[in-house]
Ligand binder design. Structure first.
Ligand code: SF4
Length: 214
């Protein structure tokens, strides 16, 4: 069974991630904090590319909670019906927009509790918004991070919350802010689920995963 890598090895892995991509960005398009919340809420069980395709036009007509409420649930569905679970997501986007208007003066709140009080916003969405918009060192663990962390021993956990805690516990502070983006990108494009592209992996010499293909 994989065990946690030692501090020196984890530090070297993130030093290389940082050297190859100093300012990693999330891949969900947005134009302000509100559209980031909406994009992340729409992205559950959907690809970023699919969400971006749908939101390109949506955000031209509805980039504030008020405009989204004016568009209405049926109008919103017309824009997002190519995205999985669109009916439920449309309901939540309308409800969260209403709550932003009613409770938060139409601005996106910056505390975890307030974010998680918005319909359709769970821990992962809150972590993405806190990290990308409010520059907090939060970790939004998705399927790529979960696989990469457990496969390599960078961050081991039996569920996403345990992996989130392992990242906070084991990854040096100077890398915490961008840690989840580096791991998402590495997991999505290199350390893939079925066949990791180990020949192109910049940390291959530090990895002794049994899934390694070289
Ligand atoms: S060597 Fe292969 S298995 Fe190890 S981290 Fe790189 S891509 Fe993943």
């Amino acid at each position: 069974m994989t065990t946690h890598l030692d501090y020196k090895t984890i530090s070297e892995i993130f030093r290389r991630f940082q050297a190859s991509e100093p300012e990693p960005k999330g891949e969900l398009d947005h134009v302000n904090a509100y559209t980031l919340v909406v994009a992340v809420a729409l992205s559950a069980q959907a690809t970023d590319i699919g969400v971006n395709r749908a939101t390109a036009e949506l955000f031209m007509v509805a980039d504030t909670p008020e405009k989204m409420l004016a568009l209405g649930e049926e109008g919103l569905i017309e824009h997002i019906k190519t995205i999985g679970l669109f009916r439920n997501k449309a309901k939540n986007v309308i409800k969260l927009s209403q709550r932003l208007v009613d409770v938060y003066d139409s601005t996106v709140p910056s505390s975890r509790a307030a974010l998680e009080s918005l319909p359709g916003v769970g821990r992962k969405t809150a972590n993405v918004v806190l990290n990308m918009w409010f520059h907090q060192p939060t970790q939004a663990v998705d399927t790529h991070i979960f696989r990469f962390g457990n496969r390599t021993g960078v961050a081991i956990g039996k569920d996403v919350v345990a992996v989130e805690r392992a990242i906070e516990d084991h990854i040096p502070a100077e890398y915490q802010h961008h840690a989840h983006h580096w791991m998402i990108l590495h997991g999505r494009y290199i350390c893939k689920a079925r066949k990791p592209v180990c020949a192109n992996c910049i940390i291959a010499d530090l990895c002794d995963s049994e899934d390694k293909t070289i």
